[in-house]
Design a protein around this ligand. Structure first.
Ligand SMILES: Nc1nc2c(ncn2[C@@H]2O[C@H](COP(=O)(O)OP(=O)(O)OP(=O)(O)O)[C@@H](O)[C@H]2O)c(=O)[nH]1
Ligand SMILES: [Mg+2]
Length: 237
């Protein structure tokens, strides 16, 4: 088993954090919880669990700035601590902890970035209405077409990177905060010449807590995609 660390960003996940850490425990991974001072006390629960469980540590940040800055802070920490594989995962059980070993295996089989994919053959989403399915598949189609890449699930946030990828892409240059962060990191990985492999996953809806998705996050992604393409065309990315 390689040295693999799951970065787990949390904002108001008090109902999920303990269940998630217990579910990850048997997998042999390290976990870094990145909590943005959640008002519901998620950070304190994570601290209590970190004191009990060797594989858990916690990075506390002062305020909520979106997923992107939280992940970048987490990536820096786990790279410094020597992780060979770095995973991204939501703490709301939309991403099944049981799929973590499949993402790790894809990297061990040669992928530089393994992407949990809802839209690769064999993947899917659970009980989504037509509206939501349209927004999500439409969003991936929009990004794939404008960026000119073959990846089907560009907005997904269940990923496993080899260490060298995060060392090669310019983390300090990433400005995206919401879904756009997922698109941008995968695009930068492809542009840097690394191999990206989609691993089919079933995406479940959260049962506890609330989504942090907002209109601003969607608008950011719509605007960032052509901006990324432009930066690539003008040699800045
Ligand atoms: N540290 C930190 N974590 C965040 C922030 N925003 C969201 N998260 C976490 O990121 C993960 C994904 O966020 P969700 O609220 O599920 O948003 P989503 O998955 O994009 O939206 P849904 O599909 O509706 O669930 C969860 O673990 C959140 O707690 C943030 O600003 N800071
Ligand atoms: Mg979610």
């Amino acid at each position: 088993m390689p040295n693999a660390t799951v970065c787990l960003p949390t904002y108001n996940e008090a109902a999920n954090i303990e269940l998630m850490l217990r579910a990850l425990e048997p997998l042999g991974v390290n976990v870094l919880v990145i909590d943005d001072n959640s008002p519901d006390g998620t950070g304190a629960i994570a601290d209590r669990l970190a004191a009990e469980l060797d594989f858990v540590s916690v990075l506390h940040r002062e305020r909520k700035e979106g997923l992107g800055p939280a992940y970048i802070a987490g990536f820096r920490r786990v790279i410094e601590d020597g992780a060979e594989l770095v995973l991204e995962m939501d703490c709301d059980f939309s991403h099944d902890p049981a799929d973590v070993p499949r993402l790790i295996a894809a990297c061990e089989d040669g992928a530089d970035l393994a992407l949990g994919s809802r839209y690769a053959p064999g993947g899917g989403t659970e009980d989504w209405g037509r509206g939501r399915r349209f927004v999500s598949t439409g969003g991936s189609w929009y990004a794939r077409t404008i960026l000119g890449v073959g990846i089907r699930d560009l907005t997904g946030g269940f990923k496993c990177y080899r260490r060298k990828v995060l060392q090669a892409i310019d983390l300090a240059a990433i400005r995206s905060k919401g879904y756009a962060f997922q698109i941008e990191t995968t695009y930068r990985t492809l542009r840097a010449g690394f191999s990206v492999v989609e691993v089919p996953i079933l995406f479940a809806d959260r049962t506890h807590g609330h989504s942090k998705m907002s209109r601003a996050i969607v608008l950011e992604a719509i605007a960032r995609v052509p901006a990324l393409r432009f930066e690539a065309m003008t040699g800045r990315l």
